[in-house]
Design a protein around this ligand. Sequence first.
Ligand code: HEM
Length: 492
Amino acid sequence: MDFGHYEPLNNVERCLLLFVFLVAVTYVYTEIKAWHIILYPLYRNISQFISAGMSTVQDYRSGKYYKPWTYITPVVIVSTKKQIAELSEAACLSQRAVYADMFGFKHTMDKLEHNTSDHKVIRTRLYSRVLQVMGPDHLNALYPYLLTRLKSNLDEQFRRGFISKGCISLPIAQTARQVASSLMGLMFFGEALASNDEFSNALLRYPQDIVNCMAAFQIAPSFLSPLMHAIITKRGRSMSLIQSRLFEHLSSQPSTWEEPEHTKQRTILYNMANLAKGSDYWNASLLAQSLLGIWFAASHQPWMNLHFIILEISVRKDWQTALRQELEQASPLDYNRLEQLPLLDSFIKETVRFNPLDKLAIRRKAMESYTFSDRSVLVPAGATVCVSAYDQMHNPQAYPEPDSFNPSRYFANADATQSRFTDVSEYFPVWGYGSLACPGRFHASLVIKMVLSQLLLKYEMRLEDEKARTRWSWETFTMPYESTRVIFKQLM
Ligand code: HEM
């Protein structure tokens, strides 16, 4: 074959070739457009999947965890005072259902019936009388016993700490959890029950079990929840132990309890039993179950807040000095003096405002679709409706320069009455709002203040590793690292 001979194309052939080329391009273009329609969603899903994966890894590395792969029920936010009041009280917006879903109460709180609002008023009235109305007087009377218990518990924690260069290093999450649980144990059940090793270990274990279950239930399909609960909680060991001890007590006469009278009559256990006497609704088993629920409400948030307050104090030497001076001037400290200290109260309040444990507050689940009375918001059935605690507590009208940490903001204006940590307000929705607002806030405040005052009066505090990350987040929740350590240097 002779490939050497090449005859150039004439004009007709050129036009023909151009025509074929254009037809081919048009064909390929239209075909690719059709493929594009088919391939685009796939391409889009893959690229979205990859970018979600990358941002999940990035978030994970910076201490942020969540469940990017599951469907989240819609969250509706309300913000005016009127809406917040209505949110707190509306009958078909259930407080119990939202927490029951979140923490899996069906498993973690002994089959607690949650999707009803039956007897809500009876329960709330009892909790409010025992904790909110009678609480401060009982706390005042218990104060000396609480102080003795706290001092011996702190001594034990410090004995267990690492000693380095004359200072003591403590894992601050575990320390805060243990001392808060020990004080709360006395407030709830009295010295005898709270000092029983088996019972106090169960009290410490139970809230941790619930939080671990909450994380596990969110990740895995719901039919696996009973199995996961059984594995995580060792078949509900702590829950059963607490309930059976409480049931024994509540089924017997308080006069037979081991606890001395002067502390017994101030405990939550005694007063719940006493006020529920003769009721058609309450019985020993229901009281034991409710106390289990209140124990969870009471034991988890105080130590977490205490932990973050100790971290804030540890990085603020000037505030340590100011708070110590205030405490020394108030000597001898008793319940009322401790509760009245403006700097201590403000420091706590500012830390909680600045780093809320949950960015959302006053969560309610709509049991049926609900329209707010001013027709401003429609909540679909099954949705969660709540307040953005973060936005309320960073509102510049209520908190000028909200992004600066400034405890003095609560007492700077000499004419105004001080805004206190335990005050319930739409701009401080940490305690909830209205008739369901936390009735145990005086107990929480006392635990936090007692621990801080004892630490401040004896030690200078600093973080062991100032560069280490100290908090991580799960969805809207902020959580502490178990590994964070604080160095305590005894004052001369
Ligand atoms: C810093 C610690 C605490 C925080 C931030 C806190 C916060 C809350 C919140 C936000 C609610 C729900 C309010 C609502 O949804 O409207 C609540 C309810 C409740 N809290 Fe607390 N709480 C704390 C400590 C305590 C303590 C120490 C006790 C008991 C001594 C306690 C007992 C209760 C009870 C019984 C309820 C349910 C009230 C009801 O349903 O009627 N809490 N708490």
